[in-house]
Ligand binder design. Structure first.
Ligand SMILES: Cc1cc2nc3c(=O)[nH]c(=O)nc-3n(C[C@H](O)[C@H](O)[C@H](O)COP(=O)(O)OP(=O)(O)OC[C@H]3O[C@@H](n4cnc5c(N)ncnc54)[C@H](O)[C@@H]3O)c2cc1C
Ligand code: SF4
Length: 550
């Protein structure tokens, strides 16, 4: 029986950082990954033009109903569909999962801002819920180290809501950014370079971005951070990593004392079931799946799921409310030559939180949100519905409008609620006989107030920039759309109220750690991945220290 130092579940952001850190510290790690290893040359089709694709990039219309919102002909076959989930009556949730090695880091949007004390101490400011068990001062060095590892392009901005970090040169603003920036200035809203984990210069042995676009279909040169390009080669170099692909973890195994002793797996290719043993188990299967694995890990010691004496595993699910707030066009750019300036889905600019900064109850809602502006020439003009006509005249109009459209989407944190959570569906099992995750989720009043305000502010920005508003969003996107879910195994000092301590070590089972966003106390106006990396680094070093002492 082989006994690893660490059995690691998942190789996304939380797993990737842990694998690298643990292997470099000399620990023998077995990483179990539910999907296959992608081959960038074959699987990432981002250099193909839509006219090279059978269905012009949209994918087979007979299958489109089954796609996630981010899935198309370019990424078909790279997203998980075999393992299902259910959504409770009255709830909404879309759960796109990439289970290839590297998880969603293969396709992420790369926006990488630090959280700060305005987030960690938010409850002390406005009285809602609880503070994080860490201060910014404590986590800042881990942010710096994570930023240096992955390379984040941005500028020092001195914003009260957004601590600055250690940055590569920012991406240049485009014409449309300068125009929108003037609109923002008139409305009292910041418009600044985003924090973007996309390499503007060569970094840590990786080549700079060649601005081909379509990063969310995978990068074939590794010019933005993903686990397979950045961390796995370093972990593999140590000789301490066993990576097993197509290996679906069913549950955590426990010994006679209720401590973790490994995991039960099924090989998805052979359907063979077996057990993998380790002195420590680390879960980083992403927020919802980690909770599902823990809830499925029932034993006489843990009848409600492993490390769940608090009853909090799966609770407190949060997400970002996403939606197009306003869209329109900039007449100043009509008829200008078009060129590939959208640099794909890169967040060149952002409008970082400007609400409730001094007084936490200045607005009708508490906390705050951020906004991403988008625009530039795209491979398919999404605004064609706005232009009337047909034939040659229609084509001329499309060309004239080509560089002009702009839109905004908001990043609004949902507030913790007792009614938003994940549990196991008592009626439904997946193809391997494992009870599936059931999602319970609805947007709350605080986030909907922000949504209404964001629509109004973004419309004003377009107009103040001299643009014309075509419309505003009607409904926010379905919950789950942002892929930034948090909170199902929250960390805290009190074992009765929290699943893990402030290092991601579960209170009940000291040799079981969690290193993904399920640890997060609250959803904020910032994206999750940089914080997952920073907290995973900290948790991994805590684990190493514990093992050394043992
Ligand atoms: C299109 C897109 C845009 C995004 N934009 C941004 C952004 O701009 N900024 C940002 O911060 N974040 C963004 N994200 C989110 C970001 O990708 C996630 O926050 C991050 O990848 C989460 O890391 P994770 O380790 O928790 O999970 P994942 O990256 O999802 O990795 C989960 C891992 O667990 C494995 N796994 C799951 N279940 C099992 C199981 N039962 N057994 C074995 N293995 C299992 C999977 O195979 C995978 O390796 C975006 C994501 C997408 C897809
Ligand atoms: S735009 Fe840059 S980071 Fe994105 S896929 Fe192309 S080379 Fe990679």
């Amino acid at each position: 029986m082989k006994l690893y130092d660490v059995v690691m579940v998942g190789s996304g952001a939380g797993g990737g950082m842990a694998i690298k850190t643990l292997c470099e510290a000399g620990l023998k790690v077995c990483c179990l990954n539910a999907g296959r290893l992608f081959d960038p040359a074959k699987d990432f089709r981002d250099h193909k033009q839509s006219f090279d694709m059978k269905y012009r990039g949209f994918g087979d219309p007979r299958k489109r109903d089954h796609y996630y919102h981010i899935e198309d002909e370019y990424t078909q076959g790279l997203w998980e569909h075999e393992i299902t989930y259910t959504v409770a009556p009255g709830s909404k949730w879309e759960w796109p999962r990439c289970w290839g090695v590297g998880g969603k880091t293969n396709f992420w949007g790369r926006s990488a801002a630090r959280m700060g004390d305005i987030d960690f101490k938010a409850a002390s400011r406005d009285g809602y819920d609880v503070d994080w068990p860490v201060s910014y001062e404590e986590i800042a060095p881990y942010y710096t180290r994570a930023e240096r590892m992955i390379g984040v392009a941005s500028t020092v901005q001195n914003r009260p809501s957004n601590p600055d970090g250690d940055y590569l040169p920012p991406m240049n603003f485009r014409c449309l950014d300068y125009i929108l920036q003037t609109g923002c200035e008139k409305c009292g809203v910041p418009y600044l370079p985003d924090r973007e984990a996309q390499l503007t210069v060569a970094h840590a042995g990786h080549p700079p971005c060649h601005y081909c676009g379509n990063c969310t279909e995978g990068c074939d040169t590794g010019s933005f951070f993903s686990t397979p390009w950045f961390f796995l080669p370093l972990a593999e170099k140590t000789g301490n990593l066993d990576l097993r692909t197509n290996t679906y973890v069913r549950h955590v195994l426990v010994d006679e004392n209720g401590r973790a002793k490994g995991v039960a797996i099924v090989d998805r290719k052979t359907k063979h079931e077996e057990e993998v043993y380790g002195k420590t188990v680390v879960l980083a299967a992403s927020c919802v799946e980690t909770a599902k694995i823990m809830l499925n890990s029932k034993s006489p010691h843990w009848p409600d799921g492993i490390a769940n004496s608090s009853g909090q595993v799966g609770r407190n699910l949060c997400d970002h409310l996403y939606g197009t707030t306003a869209y329109g066009y900039l007449p100043q750019l009509l008829g200008q030559p078009s060129f590939p300036d959208n640099i794909s889905s890169a967040q060149i600019a952002w409008m970082p939180r400007w609400q409730n900064l001094n007084d936490p109850r200045e607005e009708k809602y508490i906390r705050g949100y951020s906004v991403y502006p988008t625009g530039g020439c795209d491979s398919f003009p999404w605004y064609n519905h706005q232009i009337e006509g047909y034939g040659a005249e229609f084509k001329r109009a499309i060309k004239r409008y080509y560089p002009t459209p702009v839109s905004f989407y908001c990043q609004i944190p949902s507030m913790r609620s007792d009614t938003n959570f994940v549990d196991l569906d008592p009626q439904v099992k997946d193809v391997y006989g494992v009870p599936v995750a059931r999602l319970h989720f609805q947007w709350g009043p605080n986030e909907l107030l922000m949504w209404e305000q964001a629509k109004e502010v973004c419309s004003r920005v377009i107009e103040a920039a001299g643009g014309k508003v075509w419309g505003t969003g009607v409904d926010p996107n379905t919950p789950g759309y942002s892929l930034h879910e948090t909170g199902t195994c929250r960390m805290g000092n009190d074992p009765k109220k929290f699943v893990t301590n402030r290092f991601g070590q579960t209170h009940d089972v000291p040799n079981l750690y969690v290193t993904d966003a399920s640890l997060f106390l609250s959803c904020t106006d910032k994206t999750t991945t940089l914080s997952i990396l920073a907290f995973s680094l900290r948790a991994s070093e805590h684990l190493i220290e514990q093992m050394r002492r043992a």
